[in-house]
Design a protein around this ligand. Structure first.
Ligand SMILES: CC(C)(COP(=O)(O)OP(=O)(O)OC[C@H]1O[C@@H](n2cnc3c(N)ncnc32)[C@H](O)[C@@H]1OP(=O)(O)O)[C@@H](O)C(=O)NCCC(=O)NCCS
Length: 194
């Protein structure tokens, strides 16, 4: 177990730690290291764009010598999709030009940010990703990160927050249920920020 020291805003120097946490929790909550041709692939889809385009909504758990958990988010999913499409996808496509069969479904998600436009996007305009290293889980950091993000979104007048997740990740689903997220008609999970 490792102890959290503080929750604070992301800094560019945290980027490698965030990438590390992402890949180590990317297999339905478990370690995806070595599964894909590059350990950067999952973070390049599910973390990098948020750090690049919305660092003001990236909160990390600092454990003293590194970052071991984060919540990252887009405040306005529609605007975020457009920015990813224009400013992230071109370099991403060059980095993963001929995906292997294993990489292909993840690369398809990377080149198709429109997948983020869930039917309920206008009622729940923000969306998030949250991940903690196993040694940090179960100590209240997940709840604290979501509370921090929700408070900041509420302060900005953004009414709702949603997420999509791998249905195989049953522990995460139990966490979201406990925090009050509800399943929306499309299967997306949503919560108001107030
Ligand atoms: C899912 C995750 C973010 C939860 O964070 P956490 O710090 O472990 O959760 P917390 O300790 O803050 O728990 C908050 C509440 O949820 C409950 N909870 C957490 N995990 C639970 C589980 N597996 N089953 C039932 N309840 C659970 C806790 O009991 C706690 O309840 P309380 O605050 O009312 O006492 C974290 O475990 C994680 O990063 N897992 C691996 C990556 C992952 O799956 N990310 C989500 C991808 S969609």
């Amino acid at each position: 177990m490792i102890e959290p020291v503080e929750i604070r805003l992301y800094r560019p120097a945290d980027r490698a730690d965030v990438y590390d946490v992402c890949v180590r929790t990317a297999a339905a909550g478990g370690d995806a290291t070595g599964i894909y041709s590059s350990d950067d692939l999952m973070p390049d889809v599910f973390a990098g764009p948020y750090l690049a385009f919305q660092p003001d909504l990236a909160f990390v758990v600092d454990v003293g010598d590194r970052v071991a958990g984060y919540v990252i988010a887009a405040a306005d999913t529609r605007a975020f999709v457009e920015r990813v499409r224009q400013e992230w996808v071109p370099a991403f496509t060059s980095k993963y030009p001929e995906p292997s069969p294993t990489d292909a479904p993840i690369v398809a998600m990377g080149v198709g940010p429109e997948r983020m436009l869930v039917p309920e996007v206008d009622q729940f305009p923000a969306h998030l990703h949250i991940d903690l290293l196993p040694e940090l889980q179960g100590q209240g950091c997940g709840r604290a990160l979501i509370d921090t993000l929700r408070a900041e979104l509420a302060r900005r007048g953004i009414p709702g927050l949603h997420l999509t997740m791998d249905p195989a990740n049953l522990p995460a689903r139990a966490f979201y249920d406990r925090l009050g997220f509800v399943e929306l008609p499309s299967g997306t999970l949503g919560i108001s920020t107030s």
